[in-house]
Design a protein around this ligand. Structure first.
Ligand code: FES
Ligand code: FES
Length: 177
């Protein structure tokens, strides 16, 4: 079937099999390999992207189910000039990663959290991350990275800031195979 998604501000048209999962569409058709696949049980969170502004495990969604949606991946988080999203900067500053495998999912989850709760407590951050598994860091620095980003936000975080909302406006139509 043909699907039309807006991915990181670009309209993508593609033919996909009905069974194609969103994460494989993003990785294999679009080359957006920041969303990882690390489990068969929908439990690790490494595949999280935003679909219409909400954090979603892209291994649990068919690409066809995202037809017509706005999708943001980790590749769409930084500004066009390369300026890091505050959460990306926070992970860098606070050493919130070791191998980095879980980091895209962590950041996408945290971005969703900060949109609805710009200044979460440590408990709220840890609760939000319950669906994300990290095998390296022990989580302490991940929480610190999210707090770092939250402390540098200018509340309220509204749709006038791309860096915080990821509401990327579609600019370009790209046909994909
Ligand atoms: S690969 Fe999606 S939750 Fe693990
Ligand atoms: S930094 Fe290695 S899995 Fe999280």
């Amino acid at each position: 079937m043909q699907i039309n998604l807006t991915v990181n501000g670009k309209v993508r048209k593609a033919e996909v099999e009905d069974r194609t999962l969103l994460v494989y569409y993003l990785r294999e058709k679009l080359g957006l390999t920041g969303a990882h696949v690390a489990c068969d049980t929908s439990s690790c969170g490494a595949c999280i992207v935003h679909v219409d502004g909400k954090a979603v495990k892209s291994c649990t969604l068919l690409a066809a189910q995202a037809d017509g949606c706005q999708v943001t991946t980790i590749e769409g988080m930084a500004n066009a000039d390369g300026t890091l999203h505050p959460l990306q900067a926070g992970f860098k500053e606070c050493h919130g990663l070791q191998c980095g495998f879980c980091t895209p999912g962590m950041i996408m989850t945290a971005a969703d959290l900060l949109k609805s709760n710009p200044h979460p407590s440590e408990t709220e951050i840890r609760t939000a991350l319950e669906g994300n598994i990290c095998r390296c860091t022990g989580y302490h620095n991940i929480v610190a990275a999210i707090q770092w980003a939250a402390e540098r936000s200018n509340a309220p975080l509204t749709a006038d800031s791309h860096l915080w909302t990821n509401d990327v406006v579609a600019k370009e139509v790209v046909e994909t195979a």
